[in-house]
Design a protein around this ligand. Sequence first.
Ligand code: NAD
Length: 247
Amino acid sequence: MDTIAIDELKVLITGGASGIGAATARLLAADGAQVVIADVQDNSGQALANELGSRVHYQHLDVASPEDWERVIAFAVAEFGGLNALFNNAGIVGFTGLENSSPEEFKRVTDINLYGVFLGIHFVTPVLKKAGGGTIVNTSSTAGLQGYGGLAGYVASKWGVRGLTKAAALDLAPYNIRVMSLHPGPIRTSMTDGLPDNIAAAQPIPRFGEAVEVARMARFMFTEATYSTGSEFVIDGGAVTGQVLSW
Ligand code: NAD
């Protein structure tokens, strides 16, 4: 099976104005992909699209809004004649414990991180079917592989993304659509601003990752991982493998 040429990718990237999404937009656009950057940060999203050239567009998209999804998918279809890839990457962290978080905050985190991923899959599927197939990458986290204290909403949403990926991979396999989950560990982006370096100190690779390192993994998933679906791609400096201890 041949790899998928980057300049044939027509990809919608949610959360594309910042961090991992922005790094992926840069990497794919540099090799000729057509990209829609979709985000709620209109100024930085539009500025990035302008910088990356005429094959890249910005659209306002709140991933938790079905109406926004319909409008943005229609834009991409009109602009590119279709889509063959979706990077469901937007997310928020929300430090929500169990007793100390409001029900509204838990719902906000899961609406964006999990319901938003469902909406993306739901609305892009007919377009990918029409294209004869495609690739969906859903950003989960190491928080979709283990627990973290004080992050109940985030952990629940990211395990949900991992589970939704499995279900979607099975439902969409007959249509030549591959669906995978991406599981970053600590990555230096605006999401982790202010978190101390020592969070990563006991990992086998004892540093924060860079957004571009995750973007390279995403590029591989879109273009080269032609025998993977339902799979979990972990990029975490070894964090979930365990801690390096000296006794
Ligand atoms: P980031 O904050 O730099 O980027 C997240 C982007 O999502 C922002 O541009 C933000 O505006 C956008 N966004 C937020 N709510 C949105 C909404 N309702 N609709 C559309 N866009 C919205 O953070 P990042 O680290 O690049 O995060 C990207 C993804 O990676 C997230 O899903 C996050 O949970 C996941 N992740 C990040 C880390 C990390 O350490 N940075 C680790 C594991 C997983």
